[in-house]
Write a protein that binds this ligand. Structure first.
Ligand SMILES: Cc1cc2nc3c(=O)[nH]c(=O)nc-3n(C[C@H](O)[C@H](O)[C@H](O)COP(=O)(O)OP(=O)(O)OC[C@H]3O[C@@H](n4cnc5c(N)ncnc54)[C@H](O)[C@@H]3O)c2cc1C
Length: 481
């Protein structure tokens, strides 16, 4: 009977082939999948369905179900250089100027070695100057930064000038630590500028991180448009930032979006591709596989031998963790001196003043005007690429976070609640020896999308969005061929 149903289904799709638009499935409703979906629906040439395994769209950048309504799986930071993400947000009606807190690139690092209850002083501070054009804004901020010697600052400027002369291209295979050694960059500046930025942007420790990828970002910050170096911190949850407005946008144009529908099978069925999920199944002419690499490797098993090498490559990609702790003081309103502060001598690298940011968003104000008032103060603390031996115990990290907050804001009551989320496969480990796959697979009807694919950037929201756009373009090319 199942075989007969399949034949009928194929005949129906075959018939609709003659009269209707090609059927495309996107598996995965993260930033890559939703970017591909928006791009395809804008062409108007496809009949599209998005399948997402989780109950909420967003993937590794999503709102946590059962949280406060605005709590995410991890604190994200974007850059003004993330041009495609910003454009696409605008296209689906999610105004980046409202949904992001925008500020000049700011590295404000405090030390956690002061007696408890006493406010600490800034150890290092660098802020680009808003009104100066690039690259003058970065150069001036380096020269005016505090906490380092004039010699170190001048040396970093010379190193950046040297890199600019060689178009930011270096010999392949170098790590960020090796690059700093080659350029003779040492001391405080190395630690708080080069290495801090590397860990924040690549989520890979500098001794392993790919120097060329780091320089690609540095080049965009230094040489891009005036606002390319801006920090953009979300003022809403990560699902509302882009994936959910994108879903509404494509649904209005006729696309179907299924959440809580994990795809179990994806395999060729004659001229079509059979996609079987927990709640739906159908046949498609093209499939964009926008899942993380391990899930993609399982799904392409249905192709057998032709996808064997690709499957091995996808399975072998190494990843880095990120731990995010959210700490709440329900009856006390207090603010950090700046919405995002770096912490030295602590497992916590960054603390973000979440309640301040949420309070700033007019979208959030409209949704729930009393949210910030009732929730007191909430902070998210980021622990990037923790080592295997790092202590990720929630109690330990909560007391570290409390100590950091006291050193920044003065004596405080104990926090009322905390939540720890450890994402084991947060990002691709951005190492120079890693061979990132391409979007094309041995079957032109199946295209990959995701932040792990070949890119000049590390695994970021921008990389995911760009890969989604490329996957859509490739699919259209194959459709036309
Ligand atoms: C804690 C944390 C902090 C981060 N910080 C930053 C940051 O500061 N800045 C930045 O730019 N980036 C950051 N990133 C990286 C960023 O979140 C990712 O690069 C991006 O979200 C990847 O998007 P994607 O669409 O490629 O993959 P994903 O988001 O992983 O999307 C894949 C989707 O596929 C779905 N899926 C999997 N299997 C199936 C199946 N069988 N059927 C149907 N659906 C399936 C998944 O549920 C998921 O929704 C961070 C990531 C984490 C985890």
């Amino acid at each position: 009977m199942a075989g007969l149903a399949h034949l009928v289904e194929m005949a129906q799709v075959g018939l609709s082939d003659q009269i209707a638009r090609p059927r495309i499935a996107i598996i995965g409703g993260g930033y890559a999948g939703m970017a591909a979906a928006v791009s395809l629906m804008d062409t108007g040439i496809a009949d599209l369905t998005v399948y997402e395994a989780g109950p909420i769209l967003g993937g590794r950048a999503r709102r946590i179900p059962g949280g406060n309504g605005d709590e995410d799986n991890g604190q994200h930071l974007c850059l003004g250089a993330y041009t495609e993400l910003l454009k696409l947000m605008g296209r689906v009606g999610a105004d980046p100027e409202d949904l992001f807190y925008r500020c000049p690139l700011s590295l404000l690092i405090h030390a956690l070695n002061h007696p408890l209850g006493k406010k600490s002083k800034s150890l290092f501070s660098l802020r680009t100057i808003r009104f100066l054009p690039a690259p003058l804004n970065l150069a001036t901020s380096i020269l005016l930064s505090s906490g380092t010697s004039l010699g170190e600052r001048v040396h970093t400027l010379q190193a950046l000038y040297q890199l600019k002369q060689q178009s930011y291209l270096i010999s392949p295979g170098l790590t960020v630590s090796q690059l700093c050694d080659e350029l003779g960059i040492q001391g405080v500046f190395r630690h708080f500028f080069w290495e801090s930025l590397c860990l924040a942007a690549l989520n890979t420790p500098p001794q392993f991180a790919c120097a060329q990828t780091f320089l690609n970002i540095l080049q965009d910050i230094a040489e891009g448009h005036q606002q390319a170096s801006n920090f953009l911190i979300p003022r809403t949850d990560l699902s509302s930032l882009f994936p959910e407005p994108a879903a509404q946008y494509i649904q209005k144009k006729g696309a179907k979006v299924y959440t809580s529908c994990a795809i179990k099978q994806c395999e060729p069925a004659g001229k079509l591709i059979r996609v079987v999920g927990t709640r739906h199944h159908s046949l498609y002419h093209h499939v964009i596989l926008a899942t993380p690499p391990r899930a993609a490797s399982t799904l392409i098993n249905g192709w057998g031998e032709p996808m064997h090498d690709l499957g091995n490559q996808l399975r072998s990609l190494p990843h880095e963790k990120i731990a995010t702790l959210s700490v709440e003081y329900s009856n006390r309103r207090f603010r950090l001196p700046f919405p995002m502060m770096g912490i030295a001598h602590s497992p916590i690298e960054w603390i973000v003043d979440r309640s301040y940011l949420l309070q700033q968003s007019s979208a959030k104000r409209l949704k729930d005007s009393s949210a910030s008032d009732t929730h007191g103060s909430r902070f998210t603390c980021v622990i990037s690429a923790p080592h295997e031996s790092s202590n990720l115990d929630k109690g330990f990290l909560t007391s570290e976070a409390h100590a950091c907050l006291q050193s920044l804001c003065g004596p405080l009551p104990q926090p009322n609640a905390s939540r720890l989320v450890v994402e084991k496969f947060a990002t691709l480990s951005c190492r120079p020896d890693i061979h990132r796959p391409q979007a094309c697979t041995p079957d032109p009807r199946l295209i990959l999308a995701g932040d792990y694919l070949q890119s000049r950037y590390p695994s970021t929201l921008e990389t995911a969005v760009r890969s989604g756009l490329s996957a859509a373009a490739l699919t259209i090319k194959h459709m036309q061929a």
